[in-house]
Design a protein. Structure first.
Length: 426
């Protein structure tokens, strides 16, 4: 076996953490390949309920090696908190490694994220304020600092002398006092002392796993619609959740990606700004939010809710090339008499399209819906595909048609075992 990418097919929060936690029971390795602690991956299992931000969702299986990959960005302070919470719940974190090439989210990145958002006023992206945009922009501008460099304080000092004048000019423009080199260096010592033993060259670990044909899961953060290149720019994150980024972010040749599992929530949610054509601001949207518990796992913000956006799903299916799907939160639809699916958009000139337009047009489209009869019966206890109500299976087959890929897993609740694994041929 080789690598399986598990990626978000929509606007994020599809249930990636939950799916990885399930699959990691039989995986040798889980690698996060992009993003940082902007992620909120909820896992509910025998250890309790967790909202993982940077730690890969395979951490609960002590046999699984968990890697924060090169394409990720690491806030050492929040990571230490996350590790302490896991350990307090009895979860061993000895199986966690961090790529020495991953970039460090410095305190000034978080500061800048907040100030940049404030300066955008009504056009704010609605970021998680975790410093993601600033750290990735510093990475691209080549003034970032990588985890492995933290072992060499003199080197960090040199690097800070390049970065800080730039940072402080920006802070001054916002009327904020400058950041002091010594304050950062004091933190660097503590970070290295506490995290240094986990910082390694992750390349040989991943290479060995793949060469030995062990099962490696690649855990995506966010979803296609917030991808830096293909999402609703500028209302996007600063990394690439797309499956195509996995070889870069983890560090292996393309040909090892054997499976791409798209995680599809049975309806749509988004948190943060930007166009979201299927958003329902009526009581149906409120019901989806309440039944689905749709509040941000990282920021607690209420998520925008609506019916499944089939245009976005079809778009993400092409971009990611799904070999299979994991549909989550089917149970949330159990009590709806009618379920709608957006199958196309109506453009401002009245034309109907199934293609994803870019943002200036997307902001003006109207969703075109098809209606499906609901099933009006609970599904949370179901564990076999054949036991799903017929209308639920019909609805699921619509999702398969839109994505052009077979459903392999159906999640009917947040708990680890509330998963239907579809048998071949069913
Ligand atoms: P992620 O960021 O993609 O990992 O998803 P989040 O954890 O942010 O959001 C998914 C939410 O749905 C979490 O609260 C999960 O506990 C919950 N969840 C996941 N799968 C299911 C499911 O099948 N049914 C229900 N009711 N909740 C689910
Ligand atoms: P998971 O991995 C949902 C959204 C923010 C904002 C935009 C940019 O749990 O699916 P950023 O802080 O990355 O600069 O914010 O992306 N966002 C998420 N939305 N789930 C997430 O992660 C998100 N991470 C970022 O709301 O609109
Ligand atoms: Mg989330």
């Amino acid at each position: 076996m080789s690598a399986t990418a598990v990626v978000g097919a929509q606007w994020g929060d599809e249930g990636k953490g939950r799916v990885i936690d399930y699959l990691a029971q039989n995986a040798h390795m889980v690698v996060r390949y992009q993003g940082g602690d902007n992620a909120g991956h909820t896992v509910v299992n025998a250890f309790g309920t967790f909202r993982l931000h940077l730690v890969p969702s395979g951490i609960f299986n002590p046999q699984t090696i968990n890697i924060v990959g090169t394409g990720c960005v690491v806030n050492p302070d929040t990571l230490l908190e996350e590790l302490a919470d896991l350990e307090a719940a009895g979860v061993s974190t000895d199986n966690l490694y961090l790529s020495n090439r991953a970039h460090v989210i410095m305190p000034y990145h978080r500061l800048l994220d907040g100030l940049r958002e404030q300066a955008r006023g009504g056009k704010a992206i609605g970021t998680t304020k975790r410093g993601i945009g600033p750290v990735y922009s510093h990475k691209a501008a080549r003034v970032g600092i990588r985890l492995g460099e933290l072992a060499y304080p003199d080197r960090v000092r040199e690097r800070l002398r390049l970065a800080l004048p730039w940072v402080n000019r920006e802070l001054a423009a916002y009327g904020h006092p400058p950041v002091e080199e010594e304050d950062i260096l004091a933190k660097v010592d503590i970070w290295w002392e506490k995290l240094g033993h986990r910082v390694v060259n992750t390349l040989p670990l991943i290479r060995d796993a793949l060469e030995q044909e062990r099962r490696v899961l690649l855990e995506g953060q966010l979803g296609v619609m917030r991808d830096l290149d293909w999402g609703i720019y500028p209302y996007v994150t600063s990394s690439n959740p797309l499956a195509g980024y996995t070889p870069v972010g983890a560090g292996f040749p393309l040909r090892y990606v054997e499976e791409v599992i798209g995680v599809v929530k049975a309806y749509s949610t988004a948190v943060g700004g930007g166009p979201f054509p299927v958003e329902l601001t009526d009581e149906v949207g409120d019901r989806l939010r309440e039944i689905g518990g749709e509040y941000g796992a990282t920021t607690g913000r209420p998520r925008r809710c609506g019916w499944l956006d089939g245009v976005a799903l079809r778009y993400s299916a092409w971009l990611n090339g799904y070999t299979g799907l994991a549909v989550t939160k089917l149970d949330v639809l159990d009590t709806f008499d009618t379920i709608h699916v957006c199958v196309a958009y109506r453009l401002p000139d009245g034309t109907i399209t199934r293609e994803m337009p870019d943002v200036p047009i997307l902001e003006q489209v109207e969703p075109v819906y098809e209606a499906w009869p609901g099933w009006n019966s609970p599904t949370g206890h179901i564990r076999r595909w054949a036991d799903l109500p017929e209308n639920a299976r019909r609805y699921l087959s619509t999702i398969e048609e839109l994505a052009g890929a077979p459903i392999r897993y159906v999640s009917v609740g947040p708990e680890r075992d509330q998963m239907i694994v579809r048998e071949a041929g069913s």
